[in-house]
Design a protein around this ligand. Sequence first.
Ligand code: NAG
Ligand code: NAG
Ligand code: NAG
Length: 259
Amino acid sequence: MDKLSIQCFFIFLVLTSFVTTVSCLSATTDSREVENEREFSYEQNKENGPSKWGKIKPEWAMCGKGDLQSPIDLTNKRVTIVTHFQKLTKDYKPCNATLINRGHDMMLRFEGEGPGSFMVNGTDEYKLLQLHWHSPSEHTINGRRFALELHLVHENINGSLAVVTVLYKIGRPDSFLRSLEKKLSVITDQSEAKKNVEMIDPKSIKIGSRKYYRYLGSLTTPPCTQNVIWTIVRKVRTVTRNQVRLLRVAVHDVNLFKL
Ligand SMILES: *[C@@H]1O[C@H](CO)[C@@H](O)[C@H](O)[C@H]1NC(C)=O
Ligand SMILES: *[C@@H]1O[C@H](CO)[C@@H](O)[C@H](O)[C@H]1NC(C)=O
Ligand SMILES: *[C@@H]1O[C@H](CO)[C@@H](O)[C@H](O)[C@H]1NC(C)=O
């Protein structure tokens, strides 16, 4: 090699290692959900719609190619129905929380000490981080979509995620949502608005624990992180139309499901 090509080769090496370092750094970024709505949308025909999520950012690639993606229909063969032999073990306690209108959904984020945890298989502890609602539901049962779906998002010491889910149809009011109605109405139409709601006790959420669906899936929004343990409580609960309206923060889903 002459002097010039040695120099070129050296520059090439430096550049390669730089690119490798940068992509390694971005690969370690947060596996949790993205909080900003603007980067992706739910509109099928938009350039940042669900079918394109995997192409928007390298760290969202799983959205396009993952084989363990969520949501799914709960009659899917990946799903097992767990009954009496393993009760859901939860140890929740009151915790300071903030309601956040994320643009694509409404979230209740817990602060400080945290609101306790939930055990997977009786031994693996997953701490509750936040909960949020989707309307209409993302999971379906035999093709049927429900008015509302609650996700309680938990994380274990290794950063693995577990989501406990409750489905709701229109009917009698839900008491947990009733306790938040006034505060929700303040931020319901304001994207990225926040409101501290002081101490919230997740124990007052009616979950039920006797029967549930269990499968290994992913987050349902970018970065679509996989190996998320999904636990969907089998009993479908009820909410009023007005409670769902308070949680429907964006227009993207209004046409999908008439209340
Ligand atoms: C809850 O958090 C807010 C905001 O961080 C703070 O102003 C408030 O004093 C806290 N309340 C309690 C009961 O800890
Ligand atoms: C829970 O335990 C069962 C039986 O031991 C096992 O098949 C299953 O994979 C475990 N589930 C999780 C999420 O660890
Ligand atoms: C966390 O990771 C360590 C090391 O990889 C592993 O030994 C342990 O079983 C994991 N714990 C859980 C709860 O997944």
